[in-house]
Design a protein around this ligand. Structure first.
Ligand code: HSE
Length: 419
């Protein structure tokens, strides 16, 4: 079977795909829309006549059966893909922002046209998590999903741990290596991970997720002192994207977490990604690998394309689309319970630990340990960890701690993984 495809965008992933397609003569590229023609011509991967600056030539081309979208962006891209679907083309996309924010609208257009939208490459690059959740793991209720799904932040945290680098030095290095963009907001503030966890949560719940309601905290405030304290206490700090399927409610959030060192997720290094799921039948499974990059992400795009070709006309437009008739009820962050790591700087004087103890007691927070260190003159630091309490109680406790005359500052509060 021969399939004729058109591609929107020929950057990192697009050129990786063209590279892989050299071994697939049955997949014929008809047109590739790019922003920069000379740059595309210089790639030397395709007959230059096949490149165009006009994406309409791809999405309305009567010869093209599948449109592969690798250009990114939301508004223009959405319009183009709607045109492609209305022109009876299947769509494959790597665009997490688009799927997370406008997926429902696109799926409805796909359904109306009897076409499919595949998006394996949109989450965790080369890790085949979406197809596995939708196919091989379909016989499970996925109760918990934890992801390290932003490679840039994982790289930064790993550099801070291994090299003792500050956040800004590690970020500069990530930028030099091309992981982080010059404006790193999307990665370091957790937006990218939030898009991806919204997509995964919608698959495991079968419900619509309102992106704007996802609690999100990035890694800008993680300091070398946090990294060292975590290390000393047997943890690694990771930016986790979490989806807990609690029946009526979904608890979805992105924030830094103290992960016990013995957990697989604590040992996912450098720019790698990982997704750990806990299925009702299969138990725990962890997928680890490249979450970005040219060939790794193109591997997921090509996988979608080959799946589409294998299933041909029999493929149901519903296959990659959960029912999504209902809006998910997201748990308020105030009700979420976690253990917490807290570091305070304080005056080293008689009774300060008693004062702290009275506050933890009043807020029903059981202290796992408390350790005073770096005692210099009348100043000291103290690390302590408490058993799970709600975020609401945590905020109240924090307020009381900050008001204590013996406390100089609350230096850090980080949630602890407790599974
Ligand atoms: N910027 C992302 C990351 C890759 O660092 O994982 C694309 O989603």
């Amino acid at each position: 079977m021969v399939v004729k495809i058109g591609i929107l965008g020929c950057g990192t992933v697009g050129s990786g795909l063209l590279e892989l397609l050299k071994n697939y003569p049955e997949i014929q590229v008809q047109k590739v829309a790019v922003r920069d023609l000379p740059k595309a011509h210089n790639l030397g991967l395709l007959d230059t006549a096949l490149f165009t600056k006009n994406p309409e030539e791809v999405v309305t081309n009567p010869d093209i059966e599948v449109v592969v979208e690798l250009m990114g962006g939301i508004e223009l891209t959405k319009k183009l893909l709607i045109t492609a679907l209305n022109n009876k083309k299947h769509v494959i996309t790597a665009n997490k922002d688009l799927v997370a924010t406008a997926g429902e609208e696109l799926f409805a257009v796909a359904k109306a046209n009897g076409k499919t939208i595949f998006y394996e490459a949109a989450v965790a690059g080369g890790i085949p998590i979406i197809t596995n959740l939708k196919q091989s793991l379909k016989g499970n209720v996925i109760k918990r999903l934890f992801g390290i799904i932003n490679g840039t932040t994982n790289f930064i945290l790993d550099q801070m741990k291994r090299k003792g680098a500050s956040f800004s030095d590690a970020l500069a290095q990530a930028q030099e290596l091309g992981y982080a963009e010059s404006d790193p907001t999307n990665d370091v503030d957790g937006h990218d991970a939030a898009y991806k966890i919204a997509i995964l949560a919608s698959i495991i719940s079968g419900k619509k997720i309102d992106m704007t309601k996802i609690y999100r905290e990035g890694i800008r405030n993680i300091s070398q002192a946090d990294i060292k304290s975590a290390e000393k206490r047997g943890y690694a700090i990771k930016l986790l994207a979490i989806a807990l399927n609690e029946g009526d409610e979904l608890d979805i959030r992105v924030h830094p977490v103290f992960v016990p060192k013995e957990k697989t997720l604590a040992n996912v290094n450098a720019e790698n990604n990982a997704v750990m799921i806990d299925g009702s039948a299969v138990g725990e499974l962890t997928f680890i690998g490249r979450g970005a990059g040219s060939l790794a992400t193109a591997s997921s795009v090509l996988g979608d394309l080959l799946m589409l070709m294998n299933q041909g006309a029999n493929i149901s437009s519903q296959f990659m689309v959960a029912p999504h008739t209902e809006e998910a009820k997201l748990k308020s962050i105030n009700d979420v319970k976690n253990p917490f790591y807290i570091r305070v700087s304080m005056h080293d004087k008689v009774g300060v630990l008693k004062d702290l103890g009275l506050i933890t007691e009043r807020n029903n927070a059981n202290v796992r340990f408390i350790d005073q260190y770096e005692i210099k003159g009348d100043s000291a630091l103290a690390d302590f960890m408490i058993d799970p309490i709600s975020e609401k109680s945590m905020k109240q406790m924090l307020k009381e701690i900050q008001e204590l005359p013996s406390i100089k500052a609350v230096e850090s509060i980080i949630r602890v993984l407790d599974v």
